[in-house]
Design a protein around this ligand. Structure first.
Ligand SMILES: Cc1cc2nc3c(=O)[nH]c(=O)nc-3n(C[C@H](O)[C@H](O)[C@H](O)COP(=O)(O)OP(=O)(O)OC[C@H]3O[C@@H](n4cnc5c(N)ncnc54)[C@H](O)[C@@H]3O)c2cc1C
Length: 473
């Protein structure tokens, strides 16, 4: 590609030299969207409505060749590069001001091998798309809890969800990845090829390159017994005490994340409970229907819920259960930490802030990360907290920008009250832009090796719009 000059930076982004953009356009099968394009306003948006950035250029790549051309263009022209898959990152790390967004959302092909139970997914897929394809063969891929989250950001940060206790994190089921590196080369990373890169991308985020294709191990079943049970907030202390003992000891077929939340004011939630603060657990049982029903019946009997919405359903239906409540464009501010235990003192803090949820949609969740995820050594992948039992998130959420300050300060205060009881670091996918110390705390003893691998694969830090691991000098 011819060397081109980048124009001046304006308020709305970089004004690229026309020749440079024409050269890139000619190299692409996908789309280029600039600030003057009618599609720009929609294309610049990410899931979190609080993020309001104006990239100079958005490139929707159609294939690996487009990704390589765009990486080469950004590097050769000194353009800030952000990479986007599902756009769900809370801190908005799938976009940037004044740079180039490499958008993978046209790359959504999925291919299932029903013999080896493996699923190959292009780098722009959502978790729902991957699981929709797998479900036709009675299989599921261990991902998160929400349908439209991108497989890219979720997997590269670790990826915990309904299948974690039984099958581990998303990265524990990653067999291979195709990666476009900062120098424009396409390489494969696996246990047999570019092993250091494979180690780093399993938890190290988008720091090392752009993953154009993931190969996952899938597992049966595709049908689960699942859904939420809710209890009165007055019982929350006792329920959290029960949950902290019950969950780690439960069979690994049974997963349940704990929530402090308000009952959403919409069907199928009972009208007389709309808006009431409750505590709850969202269950997912992977075992046979009769065993699942028996296990849930035992819980019901020992702790009769206020109401519940459990039943037999496809795993894909469970992933999209909360879609209508959390459409794109809501304003989010979230923070998190890992926990090895939940003390009575920590529960007291939870109940204090849980009783002050600033808006209807704001909530706190505790996601189990034990079971199979704990059986992997802390240095086997970049994901360090292999002895944690829960990954916590508190999220201030609202549609009204006027409440940004309210949801942000509640989240920060709640987090500050709980942090002293935590394992010390947070899940990288549950962080806002919180600085290098927090990133180091996330990776613990693995941090130093990550900086070495970063220096090898991306010495100039081209991939820096992420929870950035700077290259070792
Ligand atoms: C409603 C909701 C529910 C969630 N539930 C879960 C959950 O259950 N479990 C869980 O683990 N997390 C969950 N998350 C957090 C989620 O994992 C992170 O927000 C993650 O960053 C989203 O990935 P994305 O691809 O959608 O984001 P994007 O904003 O597109 O990207 C996030 C980061 O990943 C990088 N990236 C994305 N794709 C690639 C790629 N192919 N190659 C290289 N780099 C890439 C980007 O550069 C960016 O730095 C949830 C988030 C939301 C909003």
């Amino acid at each position: 590609m011819a060397q081109t000059q980048v124009g001046t930076v304006t308020e709305r982004g970089i004004e690229l030299d026309e020749n440079a953009v024409t050269g890139l356009k000619a190299a692409l099968r996908g789309q280029i969207i600039g600030p003057e394009d009618p599609a720009y306003e929609q294309a610049r948006k990410v899931y979190n409505g609080m993020i309001d950035k104006y990239p100079g250029l958005i490139v929707r790549c159609a294939d690996v060749s487009d990704v390589i051309a765009t990486v080469n263009f950004a590097r050769d022209n000194g353009v800030l590069l952000a990479v986007r898959c599902g756009g769900h990152n809370g801190a908005g790390l799938g976009t940037c001001d004044g740079g180039l967004v490499l958008d993978l959302s046209l790359m959504r092909g999925v291919r299932v091998d029903p013999i080896s139970h493996t699923v190959r997914a292009e780098g722009g897929c959502t978790q729902q798309e991957v699981n929709h394809a797998a479900s036709a063969f009675g299989l599921s891929v261990p991902v998160g809890i929400f349908s439209t989250t991108g497989i890219g950001g979720l997997t590269l940060g670790g990826g915990h969800g309904y299948l974690t206790r039984k099958y581990g994190l998303a990265i524990d089921n990653l067999l291979e990845a195709d990666v476009v590196l900062a120098d424009g080369r396409l390489v494969t990373a696996s246990d047999h090829e570019n092993e250091d890169l494979f180690w780093a991308i399993r938890g190290g985020g988008g720091n090392f390159g752009i993953v154009t294709s993931f190969l996952f191990q899938a597992h049966p079943p595709s049908m689960v017994t699942a859904g939420p049970m809710f209890w009165n907030y007055e019982e929350a202390f006792e329920m959290m005490q029960w949950y902290r003992e019950f969950s780690p000891a439960a069979p690994e077929d049974l997963y349940g994340f704990f929530a402090l939340m308000n009952v959403p004011p919409a069907p199928p939630f009972p009208e007389h409970l709309h808006g009431r603060t409750v505590c709850g657990v969202v269950w997912c049982h992977l075992g046979p229907a009769d065993q699942a029903e028996k296990d849930l019946a035992d819980i019901r009997q020992s702790h009769p819920p206020l109401f519940e919405l459990t039943g037999r359903m496809p795993y894909t239906a469970l992933l999209s259960l909360f879609d209508p409540l959390l459409p794109p464009g809501l304003h989010w501010y979230w923070k998190g930490d890992f926990f090895r235990e939940i003390s009575d003192e920590a529960i007291e803090q939870h109940l204090k802030y849980g009783s002050q949820l600033p808006t209807l949609l704001s909530a706190m969740h505790l996601y189990p990360v034990d079971g199979q995820a704990n059986r992997v050594a802390p240095d086997a992948t970049a994901f360090h907290y292999r002895d944690a039992k829960w990954s916590m998130i508190m999220a201030g959420i609202d549609a009204d920008p006027a409440n940004d300050e309210l949801i942000t300060s509640w989240t920060k205060e709640y987090w500050a009250a709980l942090h002293p009881y935590s394992a010390g670091g947070a899940y990288v996918n549950f962080m806002m832009e919180e600085g290098l110390d927090r990133i180091r705390a996330t990776y613990g003893d693995n941090y130093d090796r990550l900086t070495t691998i970063k220096a090898r694969y991306d010495p100039d830090n081209l991939f820096r719009v992420n929870q950035n691991i700077p290259p070792k000098p």
